[in-house]
Design a protein around this ligand. Structure first.
Ligand SMILES: *Cc1c(COP(=O)(O)O)cnc(C)c1O
Length: 332
């Protein structure tokens, strides 16, 4: 693995901190719980898409793009980080937002990530639920091309082999931090959605032969589908890196028991996890991704999935700005 071979533009504040969560560890009375603060990547309130965008935006610029298009759910963190990255690089940004959750209140439709998209100067249009959003976006990109633009499209979540390089890079960063601290880690756990984060991490961990099991907590698809999506992208990403053959299906593990009522709809366990992290550690999670990932972490600790004395890393993938879009979920 030799990431410097790929074009990259620095957008984030890295390395992100890797820290112990002492009060959460004590309260759950299980393994040592550590956090990798990818919510602190710095770009417009941060989050995991920043690492992917470092490679995606560099690819856009190599292709002479003057407009970047992407798509996501209304409160997409990926769309917001893309809008910010485009602003920073002086590119136009156009976003397609899918009304995926059926939520219709003002805070969901206009606050949180949507507010920031506007502030970054992105243009937006909406789509109803259930469409193939990537093909909707390609159709809009064609219109831009007819108008003389050089359009670059980024798939939902920035999850393709270029974007996943950002998380192969994160795996490398984590292993170096672990080496410098002199602490071995036994598990890594994080929220998994469009699959790029997990696929990139798997490829990076395998390329380094780190031997740390990785568990993705699903936020949308059922387990089989999620594992299939991650595996497929991991295989393509390994190939791009010149490491063909290093990923096997058994490396890809997702637990999709914490999705609750559906994508973007917090479960009771999501709200409990948000409450626990906020009160014990002063850390903000989000109702769509990291709150579900943390709900999985908390439940698995309670069920003794991890051994006492083990060290577990929770990768905080960001998203807390979406809390402002979910006023109705929190009786504030
Ligand atoms: C997009 C996102 C994820 C999931 O990452 P994928 O690469 O799409 O699987 C997790 N947490 C947050 C906050 C996100 O915005």
């Amino acid at each position: 693995m030799h990431l410097a071979r790929f074009p990259r533009i620095r957008l984030g504040h890295m390395n992100t901190p890797l820290e112990l969560l002492p009060r959460l560890t004590e309260a759950l009375d299980g393994p040592e719980i550590w956090i990798k603060r990818d919510d602190c990547t710095g770009l417009s309130t941060g989050g995991n898409k920043t690492r992917k965008l470092e490679f995606l935006m560099a690819d856009a610029i190599s292709n002479d793009a003057d407009v970047v298009l992407t798509q996501g759910a209304t409160q997409s963190n990926h769309a917001r980080q893309t809008a910010a990255a485009a602003a920073k690089l002086g590119l136009k940004c156009h976003i397609l937002l899918e009304d995926r959750t059926g939520m219709n209140d003002l805070s969901y439709r206009e606050n949180g990530n949507v507010l920031l998209n506007n502030l970054h100067g992105a243009s937006m249009e909406h789509r109803g639920p259930g469409l193939d959003m990537n093909s909707e976006m390609e159709a809009v990109a064609e219109k831009f091309r007819k108008d003389g633009f050089t359009a670059y499209t980024i798939p939902g979540g920035g999850s393709n082999p270029v974007g996943a390089l950002g998380y192969a890079n994160c795996a490398q960063e984590l292993i170096l931090q672990s080496t410098e601290m002199g602490h071995a880690f036994d598990h890594i756990i994080h929220a998994t959605g469009s699959a790029g984060t997990q696929a990139g991490l798997i490829v990076g961990l395998k390329a380094l032969n780190a031997q740390i099991p990785l568990l993705g907590i699903g936020v949308r698809a059922p387990k089989n589908k999620q594992e299939e999506n991650v595996y497929k992208l991991a295989v393509e990403t390994a190939k791009k890196l010149g490491c063909e053959g290093i990923v096997s299906p058994k490396d890809v593990v997702a637990n999709c028991d914490y999705v609750g009522p559906g994508y973007g709809l917090p479960a009771k366990s999501t709200l409990e996890a948000i409450d626990i992290f906020a009160r014990l550690e002063g850390i903000l999670l989000d109702p769509v991704y990291s709150g579900k990932g943390a709900a999985g972490l908390i439940d698995l600790v309670r069920r003794k999935y991890f051994k006492r004395g083990e060290r577990v890393i929770f990768i905080h993938t960001g998203g807390a700005i979406a809390l402002a879009g979910y006023l109705d979920s929190f009786k504030i």
